[in-house]
Design a protein around this ligand. Sequence first.
Ligand code: SF4
Length: 244
Amino acid sequence: MKGQDEKAVDAMKDGVVVRPVNSVYRRDSAFSYACHACSRCCHDKVIRLNPYEVDRLAMNRGITTTEFLSRYTESNGTSLRRVEEGACVFLSRQGCGVHEDRPLVCRLYPLGRRVTAEGEETFHELTPHPRTEGEYGRGGTVQDFLTTQGAQPFIEAVDRYVELVGSMAVKLHSVAANDHDLLAEVKQATEGVDQRHDAILRDWTDMDSVLTQYCLERGMTVPDDVTERMPLHIRAVTERLDKL
Ligand code: SF4
């Protein structure tokens, strides 16, 4: 005899999916999700990227982050480009073409993650595609799901970049306070997305560009290991901010 949770999963297969998308989960909450690779979640989504994710994806394709940002992203390099019918640029007939290096939002799906200013972390269910073939259950925990998805390095990266962007915003706003033109550019770069101001954003977030300049000035070799490159990128940006 099936339990309540399994019945709920069966109900999803009858057609339109009706899920309680406002549940709040923590890492020890009961949750499981079985992806059946229908790829419907890879359409019409804004797949946000941070420099760590761009770096991994660029390495995956054997190109620089500068080239990757130009070829595969939109909205100032902050999200993956979408192609025909809203499909992610990396969706192929076989599924995700960059599975090993897919970004955090793809690893977390169908969950979203929030972290408050006090550092409290919660997860919530995103509204699924109405014909998703994914199966929800409660046979594990959110932590189990994160482990299976290899999400932790990506979570640590996004947390570090959120902190860095916060510092950048504070510093740049204070530096630009008396310069209206610069302030307008800083606001676009740190608060919004505007193609007219892509230069300022790329100048800070294009990891290869930043690291090449930083290492050249110090007679260093640019590291090729992504786990060394991210902290060096953060250090380069932080030192640049400190000099403003
Ligand atoms: S990166 Fe892969 S998993 Fe993420 S939306 Fe694109 S094709 Fe789908």
